[in-house]
Design a protein. Structure first.
Length: 413
C-alpha cells in the first residue's frame, strides 16, 4: 500500500468540475458548525451543507452539517474508520429543539402504560437495580443515503455518514420492562424524550416512536447513560437514551424520560402517515403512494462502507489495502466482496465476526491493480439470509433504506 493513501489531491480527481470547485469554495467560506474542517466534496458529492450559525458544538469534530437548526450532521466515511466510533464523530440527528442544562442526578424515567408496576427511576436506580452492560451497537438513520435517490425525496440529504457504532453502557431495556411487569395485552412500546417540537408548542413532541414488544425484548437494547467510557454527548441524548440497534435510528429515543406500553401500534409523532414507512410493493421512481400501502420499517438492510482509503486517494504502486465496516439489522454479515471493474468480477475481503451482536463488522482486503490509472473500489456485503447490497436501492417516497453499494475512487500510479 502506498504511503500516500489518505492524502487527497483534489485537482487530480476525475469528475472534479467547475461546479464542484465552486461548491468547495463556498463551503470553505462558510465553514462548518461542528469543527472547522471543511470536507472535500470528493467524499461527499451530494453535499448541501448549510451555513454555520455561530460557534461549533463542543466535543464534535469533522462532521458535516446538513441543517443547523435543528442540528443534523453526518460523518465523512474516512472519519468512520475506527472500530468503535469516537463520540466526537458520532452523527447527530435532531427533529426538535434540543433540551439544555439537564441535570443527570435529577433525571427521571417513567415506565408506565400496560405494566403491573408503573415505576419512576433515577439514573442511580438504574445503575443499582439492574445489571450494567456495555455493547458496541450500530445506530443508523432510516434516511441514511437519501441523497442518492433519483428523483430526490424530501428530508435531510444524508450521504453515507448517518451511521455509527459507539460503545454504549446502560441497562437492558428488557430487564427494566420485566421488572415493571409487562401485561399480556401489551404489543408495542412508546418512547418519549425531553426535546420540544420546533413550533415551540408546549407539550408537543417532535418524535415519539416505538417497537413491537418482541423487538423490545432483544437483550441488546439498552437504556444507556454511557458512551465510549464517558457520559453521553448532549447531542446524542444525554443524560439518558434508548439504543435499539438494527432498526431505524429513530427508534432510539434521546433525552429519554418515558417508556409506556400499549395495546396498539404506537401512534406518536413520526409513527404514522408516511414516516419511517416504505411501500408494500415496488413503485416507480417518483410515484405517489397511498398511505395505506405503506408499512413500518423494521430491521435495517445489509450495508457496508469503505472507510480506508478515502475517496480521491492517490496510490503509488499497484497495491492497496482497503478497509471498512459492514452491518445488518437483525442478523449478521457473512461476506464482503470487492470489485475494481464495476462489478464485472469480485474478490472476497476478510471479514471479522461482530464484537457482539449488533456491532458492525470490520472488513479488509488487499487489492492488486492490473495497471495504473483511474479505478473505483466497490464493496458489497451479504447477510445470513443471502441478501446482498443492490447497485440501486428501491425508490420510495421518503427516501429510506438506501443500502446501495458504496465505492471510493482512486488514482493508481
Ligand atoms: N428525543 C429524540 N430522540 C431521537 C431523535 C430526536 O429528534 N429526538 N432523533 C432520532 C433519529 S431520527 C435518529 S437517526 C437517532 C440519531 O441518534 P444520534 O443523534 O445520537 O446519532 O436519534 C433518534 N432519537
Ligand atoms: Mo433518523
Amino acid at each position: 500500500m502506498s504511503e500516500e493513501i489518505g492524502k487527497v489531491r483534489p485537482a487530480r480527481v476525475p469528475g472534479a468540475s467547475r461546479r464542484d470547485f465552486l461548491r468547495r469554495a463556498n463551503l470553505a467560506a462558510l465553514g462548518t458548525l461542528v469543527g472547522m474542517a471543511v470536507p472535500s466534496p470528493q467524499w461527499n458529492p451530494f453535499s448541501r451543507a448549510y451555513a454555520a450559525e455561530s460557534a461549533g458544538v463542543r466535543g464534535k469534530d469533522g462532521l458535516t452539517v446538513l441543517t443547523p437548526r435543528p442540528l443534523n450532521a453526518e460523518t465523512p466515511p474516512h472519519l468512520l474508520d475506527d472500530e468503535v466510533t469516537p463520540t466526537a464523530r458520532h452523527f447527530i440527528r435532531n427533529n426538535g429543539i434540543v433540551p439544555a442544562d439537564l441535570d443527570p442526578a435529577a433525571w427521571e424515567l417513567r415506565i408506565d402504560g400496560l405494566v403491573d408496576r408503573p415505576m419512576t427511576l433515577r439514573i442511580d436506580d438504574l445503575r443499582s437495580g439492574f445489571e450494567v452492560v456495555t455493547h458496541r451497537l450500530v445506530i443508523e438513520c432510516g434516511g441514511n443515503g437519501r441523497s442518492g435517490f433519483e428523483p430526490p425525496t424530501r428530508g435531510n440529504q444524508w450521504t453515507y455518514g448517518a451511521v455509527g457504532c459507539a460503545e454504549w453502557t446502560g441497562v437492558r431495556l428488557a430487564d427494566v420492562l420485566e421488572a415493571a411487569g409487562v401485561k399480556s395485552t401489551a404489543i408495542y412500546t412508546a418512547h418519549e424524550g425531553a426535546d420540544r417540537h420546533l413550533s415551540g408548542t408546549p407539550g408537543k413532541l417532535p418524535i415519539s416512536r416505538g417497537v413491537p414488544i418482541e423487538k423490545a425484548m432483544d437483550p441488546y437494547n439498552l437504556i444507556a447513560f454511557g458512551m465510549n467510557g464517558g457520559p453521553l454527548h448532549p447531542m446524542n441524548g444525554a443524560p439518558l437514551r434508548l439504543v435499539i440497534p438494527g432498526w431505524p435510528g429513530s427508534c432510539s429515543q434521546k433525552w429519554l424520560n418515558r417508556i409506556w406500553l400499549r395495546d396498539i401500534v404506537h401512534d406518536g409523532p413520526k409513527m404514522t402517515g408516511s414516516s419511517y414507512r416504505v411501500p408494500r410493493y415496488p413503485v416507480s421512481p417518483g410515484a405517489s403512494v397511498p398511505e395505506e400501502d405503506l408499512e413500518i420499517i423494521h430491521a435495517m438492510p445489509v450495508k457496508s462502507l469503505i472507510t480506508r482509503p478515502r475517496t480521491g486517494a492517490h496510490v503509488s504502486g499497484l497495491e492497496l489495502e482497503v478497509a471498512g465496516h459492514a452491518w445488518v439489522g437483525d442478523s449478521e454479515v457473512t461476506k464482503v466482496d470487492l470489485s475494481i471493474d464495476f462489478g464485472a468480477t469480485w474478490q472476497p475481503a476478510q471479514l471479522s465476526p461482530p464484537h457482539n451482536p449488533h456491532a458492525w463488522q470490520r472488513f479488509m482486503g488487499r487489492i492488486r491493480f492490473p495497471q495504473s490509472g483511474y479505478f473505483e473500489v466497490w464493496a458489497r456485503a451479504t447477510d445470513t439470509t443471502g441478501a446482498s447490497q443492490p447497485f440501486r436501492a428501491a425508490w420510495n417516497p421518503k427516501g429510506y433504506l438506501n443500502n446501495a453499494m458504496h465505492h471510493v475512487s482512486v488514482q493508481v500510479g
